[in-house]
Design a protein around this ligand. Structure first.
Ligand SMILES: *[C@@H]1O[C@H](CO)[C@@H](O)[C@H](O)[C@H]1NC(C)=O
Ligand SMILES: *[C@@H]1O[C@H](CO)[C@@H](O)[C@H](O)[C@H]1NC(C)=O
Ligand SMILES: *[C@@H]1O[C@H](CO)[C@@H](O)[C@H](O)[C@H]1NC(C)=O
Ligand SMILES: *[C@@H]1O[C@H](CO)[C@@H](O)[C@H](O)[C@H]1NC(C)=O
Length: 351
């Protein structure tokens, strides 16, 4: 049997990896892909080498740098600049001991799309910290952050400027229009910090937001405004979470998956808690304290496919056809079919 044309195209575009000379302690790999290896990118792995590794010099076309697990305490602009750094697309600084950064630490990384700062000791994010890069994915999980301010994601020109108009003896405070903070950001992971509330994220174009493992006790009515693109929201493992205000999710029209599992002190849900979630397909309340769902839950969730709650009660919305002796013969209705962990089944009409 000969190779089909389809197969040979795949073969030509497959990935080829080769090692190349590298800074002592690191490994550098060049991956070529595309027709006739027309594209290549260099990955530099300097993980687990030790804090003496910085500043590390990089091959010119480096797009991926892994500096994880190096006990780094101080990472600043002079460590993250020079040839090779300007082309970085991915930077991994996870599992270090970084306590502090400045607003210019990442300012030379003009093409950076993915930044992993998870498992460090960051206590605060200075204003404009992330503005210089076209970040798509930012992992800040397992740090010591106690609050998030939108200023970390905005440019320097945001905010107030003092305008002195001498001709009229006037001093005016002018607010310059706020530009869109991080227009490309899709994923933000803030799990495992010391956040007590969910503020400061308004206006980010996130699709995925993870706030698991934070000491948040209440989701307030206006905490989640302005996150119109959000499709996945994770609010798991929060021992302190006791309350979600009604209509808190009202401005999340794109949300598809809501994970509220492992919140043992969340024992009841307000009537209108799911109001406005018109795209929501999946709710997970597994191992939460919630024993029953509010009366109108399903009216607020036209796209809902599956709900899990309590001790493994799992419900799926299905269409049921009933034999009916009126003109049409068949009547279709939506029912919620639930099973518990013993396999018992119950069905209940949705409308
Ligand atoms: C930047 O960090 C490096 C490595 O930790 C350190 O040696 C250097 O003094 C720092 N530079 C500034 C300006 O803080
Ligand atoms: C960064 O490195 C850690 C440790 O090796 C790894 O678990 C993590 O997935 C990496 N992050 C990214 C974005 O690849
Ligand atoms: C940080 O999050 C990214 C996805 O946003 C993920 O690929 C990476 O593995 C995470 N890092 C760790 C250490 O889990
Ligand atoms: C968030 O980070 C945690 C731990 O660092 C990781 O386990 C998880 O997969 C990440 N989640 C997302 C959505 O990136």
């Amino acid at each position: 049997m000969g190779l089909s044309p389809w197969y040979s195209v795949l073969f030509l575009t497959s990935l080829v990896a080769a090692n190349k000379p590298c800074f002592p302690g690191c490994s550098c790999e060049v991956e070529s892909f595309g027709l006739f290896d027309s594209f290549s990118l260099t990955k530099v792995d300097c993980s687990g080498v030790g804090s003496h590794i910085v500043p590390v010099s990089l091959p010119l076309d480096t797009s991926y740098l892994d500096l994880s697990s190096n006990k780094l305490e101080n990472v600043n602009e002079s460590v993250l600049s020079g040839p090779g750094y300007t082309t970085l697309v991915n930077l991994n600084l996870s599992y270090n001991q970084i306590v502090k950064m400045s607003s210019t630490t990442f300012s030379k990384l003009r093409y950076l799309e993915s930044l992993d700062l998870s498992h460090n000791r960051l206590e605060a994010l200075p204003d404009h910290s992330f503005f210089y890069s076209p970040l798509v994915e930012l992992n800040l999980s397992f740090n010591k952050l106690v609050e998030i301010k939108i200023g970390a994601f905005t440019s320097q020109t945001n905010g107030k400027a003092i305008n002195i108009d001498l001709s009229n003896n006037l001093i005016r405070v002018v607010s310059r229009g706020s530009s869109n903070p991080l227009p490309n950001i899709r994923s933000l992971n803030l799990s495992g910090n010391g956040l007590r509330s969910v503020q400061g994220l308004q206006g980010l174009s996130l699709q995925s937001l993870n706030l698991d493992n934070n000491p948040i006790s209440k989701i307030e009515e206006n905490d989640l405004l302005g996150l119109k693109s959000l499709t996945h929201l994770s609010l798991r493992n929060m021992a302190d979470l006791r309350e979600i205000a009604p209509r808190s999710f009202r401005e999340l029209p794109s949300l598809q998956v809501l994970d509220l599992s492992n919140n043992p002190n969340l024992v009841s849900l307000a009537e209108e808690v799911f109001f406005g979630l018109r795209s929501l397909q999946e709710v997970n309340l597994l191992n939460s304290g919630v024993g029953s769902l509010p009366k109108d839950t399903l009216h607020h969730l036209p796209a809902m496919k599956s709900i899990t709650w309590g001790n493994h009660i799992h419900c799926i919305k299905t269409m049921k056809e009933d034999q009916f002796h009126l003109q049409n013969g068949l009547v279709r209705r939506e029912v919620l079919v639930c099973r518990n962990n013993l396999g018992a089944v119950s069905a209940q009409d949705v409308l």
